[in-house]
Design a protein around this ligand. Structure first.
Ligand code: NAD
Ligand code: MG
Length: 389
């Protein structure tokens, strides 16, 4: 039996992961599940999957979770330390599906048992890629990418030598506003930004898809995970979201990964790796689909992509500052404090301010420095909100 822990079990990726596990209960022993405010779902899943330990990241949700799990035999805890404790319990396979920079520390903890970390939490690579990879090497642990594009690249690279790779092309749906006139973007509402044309995902990543900050994160994630240079990484708009990524080799050949827009494929690939197992996603009818379309990603429409280029070039702690400023900007947009286009302006202004104050590019990347930079960037972005007007 494979011992499994799911960090962020109540979210979109977490629930898709549990869906796969629940189909083969005899194959898995669930060690720990963590979640947030949705303790009813967390308790239900912990009981159904016979988890040993259920954790909510919010202290104030402890009593409700404990009441729901009373007499079930599932141990209960709450708070950020408890989430880390869940990650530290020995498991063979851990899904890192917490949203945001909060996923970094638990993901690092999970690497310490030298097992497999299925990484959906792209923020860990954006903020602290080198630390995460070093930690994995130190413990002989394996990180498998779960973001659909990175799973696609990973699959296209099986049996290949990185030295033969010329370029990696990450596709983008273009998000909710890909066909909107640019002038209208400033008026985009929260409800409009929260609807994705192809994927059903958590609210934060859906808004990040509309602004292309999600793709910006993914370009940085590609650089960190696959160790390529920024000029080897491209993005192209592919409205159907059926080709997830393409890898171009030195002989001119391109390997494309094609699949339905269902995260259970990438999760299932990581779950069964290095073998392939059956995954219950739709089988594509190519004749019915008829065509795959591509178009260039317009940087005037998507300023986040330019910011990502800057972050990749600068390196150091720039990724940590970028991610935190982006999270703060997203919070402000969700709270109605700033407009849709202000998010990119705010991230850009925060990075400019922090770079001007020095210390981002050439700083040593340690976990403490990353966490300090994260805190500082949220403060700086908060200060700058008032100046946007
Ligand atoms: P979600 O918002 O649906 O779920 C997030 C989970 O994290 C929930 O279980 C929530 O309780 C938990 N959580 C939130 N804040 C927390 C905190 N401070 N501490 C501990 N736990 C916390 O998010 P999602 O869409 O499932 O995305 C999860 C991660 O996977 C993100 O990093 C996202 O970028 C990445 N990802 C998601 C998709 C997708 O299809 N949803 C695709 C690719 C990558
Ligand atoms: Mg993705």
């Amino acid at each position: 039996m494979k011992r499994i822990t799911v960090l962020g079990a109540t979210g979109s990726i977490g629930q898709s992961t549990l869906d796969l596990i629940a189909r083969q209960p005899q194959a898995y022993d669930v060690v720990a599940l963590t979640g947030g405010r949705n303790v009813v779902q967390l308790a239900k899943d912990a009981i159904a999957l016979k988890a040993d330990f259920a954790v909510t990241c919010f202290d104030e949700c402890y009593d409700e979770l404990a009441a729901l799990l009373s007499g079930s035999g599932v141990a209960v805890a709450a708070g950020a330390e408890a989430v880390k404790e869940a990650a530290l319990r020995p498991a063979d396979w851990t899904m890192s599906a917490i949203v945001g920079a909060a996923g970094l520390v638990p993901g690092m903890a999970a690497l310490s048992h030298g097992a497999t970390l299925a990484l959906a939490n792209k923020e860990s690579l954006v903020t602290a890629g080198p630390i995460l990879l070093t930690e994995a090497r130190a413990h002989n642990a394996t990180i498998l990418p779960v973001d659909s594009e990175h799973s696609a690249v990973f699959q296209a690279l099986v049996g290949e030598d990185m030295s033969a790779v010329e370029r990696i092309i990450i596709t983008a749906s273009g998000g909710a506003f890909r066909d909107w006139p640019i002038e209208k973007l400033a008026t985009a509402t929260l409800a409009e930004a929260s609807r994705h044309p192809n994927w059903d995902m958590g609210q934060r990543i859906t808004i990040d898809s509309a602004s292309m900050f999600n793709k910006a994160m993914e370009l940085i994630e590609t650089k960190e995970f696959f160790g390529c240079t920024p000029d080897q990484i491209e993005t192209v708009i592919h409205p159907e979201s059926l080709i997830h990524a393409l890898v171009g080799f030195c002989d001119g050949g391109i390997m494309a990964h094609v699949g339905p827009p269902d995260m259970r494929h990438a999760i299932g690939y990581a779950l069964h790796w290095p073998s392939r197992g059956d995954v219950p996603v739709e089988r594509l009818d190519l004749a019915k689909i008829g065509q795959f379309n591509f178009r260039a990603a317009d940087s005037a429409r998507y300023p986040a992509l330019e910011i990502a280029r800057h972050v990749m070039e600068e390196g150091g702690l720039t990724g940590a500052a970028f991610n935190a400023a982006k999270e703060r900007a997203l919070d402000a947009f969700v709270a109605g404090e700033i407009g849709f286009l202000d998010m990119a302006r705010l991230v850009d202004a925060t990075l400019n301010k922090m770079s001007a104050q020095g210390g981002l590019q050439n700083a040593t990347i340690s976990l403490d420095n990353v966490l300090d930079t994260d805190r500082l960037a949220r403060i700086r972005a908060g200060e700058l909100i008032a100046t946007l007007g």
